[in-house]
Design a protein around this ligand. Structure first.
Ligand code: FE2
Length: 178
């Protein structure tokens, strides 16, 4: 279940309804998918082959299409990161730079953990949103953010796009991270 930390105040927010209400107040979509639907072969599996990927997308086909219909996504895929990922360190360095996109960045986590660090509204500063299996989050377009893994250094997520070009990262220079 997602957990929030507001960096400036160290305030934490937990619990589905509280997390959802806070993220919605920041214009950040938050939903939850039923992880009980996952077959054992896809739990704690971070080296997905093509058949695994197809199966994962099939398991959540209804949820994906529902979200896509509501929010206009047209394509989706699966990303898996773990120590088995070639160049994981380089990838993480790239991910850990503050940036924006012209589309929202939607991720449905199906295994592992990660943190989205997102610039809050007004003078709130950055918030850490820890996500885990079942969490669905969307960072709004043009909102500065970055992503990193947690201690377990592994995650599987379904990504949805309006068009792939919308996901190009535009660096956002922020003195907070200079
Ligand atoms: Fe991003």
């Amino acid at each position: 279940m997602a957990k929030i930390k507001i960096r400036n105040t160290n305030e934490t927010i937990t619990g589905v309804e509280q997390v959802k209400a806070f993220l919605n107040s920041q214009n950040i979509l938050y939903e939850h998918w039923d992880i009980g639907k996952l077959p054992d072969s896809l739990r704690e599996n971070f080296a997905l082959n093509e058949a695994d990927t197809r199966q994962l997308l099939a398991v959540y086909d209804e949820e994906i299409r529902d979200l896509a219909k509501r929010r206009g996504y047209l394509i989706w895929d699966v990303i898996a990161l773990s120590d088995a990922t070639p160049n994981l360190e380089e990838l993480l360095k790239k991910f850990e730079q503050v940036h924006t996109h012209t589309e929202d960045e939607v991720r449905a986590i199906t295994a592992g953990n990660g943190i989205f660090i997102i610039k809050g509204s007004g003078d709130m500063g950055y918030i850490d949103v820890e996500v885990t299996a079942g969490d669905v989050i969307s960072v709004p377009e043009n909102t500065p953010h970055f992503f990193t893994l947690m201690e377990d250094r592994k995650i599987v997520a379904i990504r949805l796009f309006i068009e792939k070009e919308g996901w190009i990262a535009h660096p956002f220079s922020d003195p907070e991270f200079a």
